[in-house]
Design a protein around this ligand. Structure first.
Ligand code: SF4
Length: 307
């Protein structure tokens, strides 16, 4: 079987413009944490008063200062790139979107630089390009006929992906089963994901809907609360429960294990609850970019950044 190869695509000038904006933005996402994460880390640093925990938070802060100063990624594991796109049918570059995103990752890998994280499954070699079969992953939701495109950019690292799991609970397990499942995952694997964690929980019928919901929960703002009153109560209960495990920053123990717990739920089949958990680490590199049809853009999670 031949090795994965990539040749840059012929693209319209508008597509190239969007690609080049994204190359710059992916580089920023790899280096600078989103504003909500930075704010939360500062808050948590004030709560941990012991010298070891203080040292860890100081080191994280210095890491981010140096990443900015030296123009280097925040963490050596720059993840596998994932894009969560929501756009109207009149956004002009829909047909070229997959090529734009793939090439943006390919070029950002050289520019940032990003670690080569694309291994061809079963063939077991690294493409060395950070793109490969199905990488980057692109999830697209068509949202009416507007000409706006909103997109989350996420770097799924190995350690922070590791605690991820999904299960369809037996009938009768109920919401207690959701809590048990999440707590089992967090007590067994949470420490692998460089705490403090952002815990995303998805609920739906089957594993794929629950999983997608749990990943989208990680895109929700740190500190936000579910609009569903009961889900919001569960977020608080689980946040308290996971904090009580006492993982602390980088798993060295401490008062807080999490930056937050976010739940996203959709309707479900009456006899089952599908539940999934996905985890973001302290270096939760997710960005959001909103393009209009002229390719003017906003970066709501990175205030003051100009590309
Ligand atoms: S869990 Fe996050 S901070 Fe830790 S190595 Fe992975 S990407 Fe980096």
């Amino acid at each position: 079987m031949g090795r994965y190869a990539y040749a840059e695509k012929e693209m319209s000038s508008e597509a190239k413009k969007m690609r080049d904006i994204l190359v710059e933005y992916i580089t920023v996402v790899g280096r600078r944490l989103p504003d909500d994460v930075t704010k939360k880390l500062e808050e948590l640093a004030k709560i941990e008063v012991e010298p070891l925990q203080q040292l860890v938070y100081d080191t994280m802060k210095e890491n981010q200062m140096l990443a900015e100063e030296l123009n280097r990624p925040s963490c050596q594991d720059t993840g596998a790139l994932q894009f969560f796109v929501k756009c109207g049918t009149n956004f002009p570059l829909l047909a070229e979107l997959n090529d734009i995103l793939k090439e943006a990752v390919y070029l950002a890998t050289k520019k940032a630089p990003l670690r080569h994280n694309a291994v061809q499954t079963f063939d077991e070699y690294n493409t060395g390009l950070n793109i490969g079969t199905g990488i980057p992953t692109v999830f697209t939701e068509i949202d009416g006929d507007s000409d706006i495109l909103e997109m989350y950019v996420y770097m799924a690292g190995g350690g922070c992906s590791l605690p991820g799991a999904a299960k369809v609970l037996m009938p009768g397990e109920g919401y207690e089963g959701v809590v048990r499942f999440v707590m089992d995952q967090m007590t067994s694997y949470g420490i692998n994901a460089c705490p403090p964690l952002l815990v995303g929980i998805g609920i739906g019928t089957s594993v794929e809907t629950a999983s997608m919901n749990s990943k989208l929960a990680l895109m929700r703002e740190v500190g936000s609360v579910s609009p569903n009153e009961n889900a919001a109560k569960m977020e608080k209960l689980l946040e308290d429960g996971i904090n009580n495990i006492g993982l602390g920053p980088q798993g060295f123990g401490g008062k807080k294990s999490v930056m937050g717990v976010n739940i996203i739920n959709t309707g479900r089949h009456p006899s089952v609850i599908g539940v999934a958990v996905n985890v973001g680490c302290w270096s939760h590199r997710r960005g959001k970019i909103i393009f209009d049809s002229q390719l003017n853009y906003e970066l709501p999670l990175h205030e003051g950044v100009e590309l």
